[in-house]
Design a protein around this ligand. Sequence first.
Ligand SMILES: NC(=O)c1ccc[n+]([C@@H]2O[C@H](COP(=O)([O-])OP(=O)(O)OC[C@H]3O[C@@H](n4cnc5c(N)ncnc54)[C@H](OP(=O)(O)O)[C@@H]3O)[C@@H](O)[C@H]2O)c1
Length: 334
Amino acid sequence: MNPLAQHEKLAPGVGVWGVGNHAQRSTLPALSECPAVRLVGLTTRSEKVREEQARKWNCKAWKTPRDMLQDPEVEVVYLATPVGLHHEHGLLALQAGRHLWCEKSLTASLDTSQELVEVSTELDVALCEAFMYQHHPQFRQVLQWIVDGQIGQIRSISSRFGFPHLGPDDIRYVRELGGGALLDVGCYPLSAALAIAGEEPDGVHAVLGRDEGYAVDTAGSALLRFPSGISALLEWGFGRAYRNELEVWGEDGTIIAERAFSKPPDLSPRTVLRRQDGTVVDSDIPPANQFVHMFATFAGVLEADAAREEHRRRALRQARTVAAVLESAHLTGI
Ligand SMILES: NC(=O)c1ccc[n+]([C@@H]2O[C@H](COP(=O)([O-])OP(=O)(O)OC[C@H]3O[C@@H](n4cnc5c(N)ncnc54)[C@H](OP(=O)(O)O)[C@@H]3O)[C@@H](O)[C@H]2O)c1
């Protein structure tokens, strides 16, 4: 048999639910490019977008999510609707027996995230939250330097992600759609701190801010303490100059990752190791499409029980930490 045909046969079929800016710009191209998956089709309420995008990517256009979930070719649902709808949409996908690859944030509350994780466990299907940057060679290099002992014991993590305000009609400003800076951008520095510390914080102090005229939180800062003694200082927000960076400060050195979260596929993101002895390594990270890498990893998760469990554990850890930030911030006024 032609090995390519065999590969195509094995690649899981993916249905895309929600074809907004993100799917059009980043994930439909990545799903089409990634050899480990097979883009079967897409569904979105707008008929014009549905038909145009299905033509562009040479895939099916389902009129309704129900049609998609009845299509036997669809093994995985990749969900890119607004955060506030992820619970309802994700539940429908899981209950139809489909694996769920969900855009961040998984849902808008801890209870609803827990429910999705429980249902995915009961129905024995995968659930992965799409933090794409963790699949880029840059983040892997950061973790590798840490594992190799290049900076010694980690002392602290700091990270910032934010950008100017978006258009007033953006879903990120609509409370009912799960808007707000914490669920949209704050989730990135939080997820990075959790992945690097490798544990859950036992102390969280946070403040959230809301610019005048907005119905959702537009900024936040959090200070986390981890049981191992690591601390993390994280900031995020809309309505500020672009920043997108991560630093890990250890006993023997510091790692600095620029463009740590969002980056174009043709960029070699600057990633530096500065050792206490004065030596500096400016790593030559190859350009990579982090969405393609993410989907390839997620495809592998479908076959491996331990990896499925690990992704569920990460999603829950993330949801609990977001909830702890909210709880702390509510105490200070928002
Ligand atoms: N990982 C990343 O780099 C990244 C970047 C950006 C966004 N995201 C995530 O991707 C998701 C979508 O973000 P986006 O920027 O693509 O948003 P968007 O452009 O506003 O698209 C939202 C999508 O959801 C659909 N939708 C279904 N029900 C809706 C409703 N009641 N109200 C509004 N839209 C509804 C919209 O299309 P129809 O109206 O046709 O149904 C559209 O397809 C979010 O979860 C976001 O956090 C991730």
